[in-house]
Design a protein around this ligand. Structure first.
Ligand code: GLA
Length: 391
């Protein structure tokens, strides 16, 4: 892989004395704790062994040249480190540009441009965080190029999120960048997004696999709907505050407390969204306990409940994700199944017994194609490490 990527890099950008380096940052899948990260709740994601490869070379001028093997038809996309701003024509390169910009905002100005070739083996727009993967990858490269020793992997996550919020205009939480920057093989990350305290929890799936089903639905208005959900939750918090409930976020409420104060939220839609945020956070805490007690059956049940809540109360699933999950629930050997990531298209994650994986893929795939009109893609994935340089 490394040699192939280097050869392609030199073919695209030309050979110069200064040799390019190869890096990798993973994608992520969230096992449970969805739409809780901007609500001060818990999440439980893990990094994957699939992700984004980046070949990079420092320049001696201010030019930025980008090329993606996933979008070869777009050719080399050029810009400059001077006066960085998001541009429609810049397309996917707004992600690495945003990170270079964010380094400057965080008092780590980048003095020179670079040539960067990317290759991602995460399906694009699938909900496995290809954009956060590119962000963390870019940050990791910059840290390595300029020896920013005071920048930790956790900082790379925060810089990535900052760039996505402020440069790319998506008000995402910290989950994706954190899961990617802090990934650890065979472990998921139990993260409290209110404090950023976290712990690694081994995910030992003996005799089982993690199966991702990608809906292949175009995500369309996903970003604006995402921002809308976020503001619905913020409205709920404001109303609770106005009634003397002193919380900073919905993650501070237990289910009981929420039911006690729910009527203060005047808009029923906002109340429904808040309910999801509160219950999902508590579910995540319970799920991690179940996993620690080796109770994978309970973990699976909580995954299923998470999906129901995302479908009915949070309304971020749609017929594609619901079909994938509801069909999964009918299959033998399925421990749990739910949508993962932001929703509105994207993927589901299921825990499936080894011997049932093939029939699972066939049966769910057949029904999906029949009902939706196009095929879903399935991936059996493994939990991997965070970003690295390939030596
Ligand atoms: C997207 C965002 C995350 C998180 C999830 C939903 O992946 O980037 O911050 O909010 O959606 O859980």
């Amino acid at each position: 892989m490394k040699d192939k990527l280097l050869a392609k890099f030199y073919e695209v950008f030309g050979e110069e004395e200064k040799k390019a380096e190869v890096y990798f940052a993973p994608g992520r899948v969230n096992l449970i704790g969805e739409h809780t990260d901007y609500n001060g709740g818990h999440v439980f994601p893990c990094a994957l062994t699939i992700g984004t490869y980046g070949v990079a070379r420092k320049r001696i001028d201010s030019k930025l040249r980008f090329y993606s093997l996933n979008f070869e038809e777009k050719g080399i996309i050029e810009s400059s480190i001077v006066d960085l701003k998001p541009e429609k024509e810049a397309d996917w390169t707004n992600y690495p540009k945003g990170v270079i910009w964010a380094f400057g905002e965080k008092k780590h100005s980048i003095p020179y441009g670079m040539d960067l070739l990317l290759f991602g083996n995460i399906p694009n727009g699938s909900g496995l965080s290809s954009s956060a993967s590119v962000e963390v990858l870019t940050g990791y490269i910059l840290k390595d190029f300029y020896n920013f020793e005071d920048i930790t992997n956790q900082d790379l996550a925060l810089i990535g999120q900052y760039s996505e919020n402020k440069f790319n205009g998506v008000n995402c939480g910290i989950m994706d960048q954190f899961a990617i920057a802090m990934g650890k093989k065979d472990n998921a990350i139990f993260l409290d997004t209110a404090t950023l305290k976290f712990e690694y929890a081994p995910v030992v799936l003996s005799g089982m696999k993690l199966v991702i089903a990608c809906s292949n639905k175009k995500r369309g208005l996903a970003d604006s709907k995402y921002n809308e959900r976020r503001s619905e939750c913020e409205t709920a918090v404001k109303e609770l505050n106005a009634h003397g409930i002193e919380i900073n976020s919905l993650g501070e409420l237990s289910e009981e407390k929420f039911e006690e104060v729910r009527s203060y939220i005047s808009n029923p839609v906002c109340a429904q969204r808040a309910k999801h945020a509160v219950y999902e956070n508590q579910r995540t805490i319970k799920a991690v306990d179940a996993l620690k007690n080796n109770d994978i059956a309970e973990f699976g049940k909580l995954m299923n409940l998470s999906h129901e809540s995302l479908s009915k109360d949070y309304e971020v699933t749609g017929i594609e994700l619901d079909t994938l999950v509801e069909e999964a629930w009918k299959q033998e050997g399925v421990i749990g199944s739910r949508m993962t990531g932001a929703g509105f298209g994207g993927c589901t994650v299921s825990i499936v017994k080894d011997e049932a994986v093939d029939t699972f893929i066939k049966n769910v795939g057949d029904v999906y194609k029949e009902k939706i009109g196009y095929a879903a893609d399935f991936y059996v994935v493994e939990i991997g490490d965070g970003p690295k340089k390939l030596n």
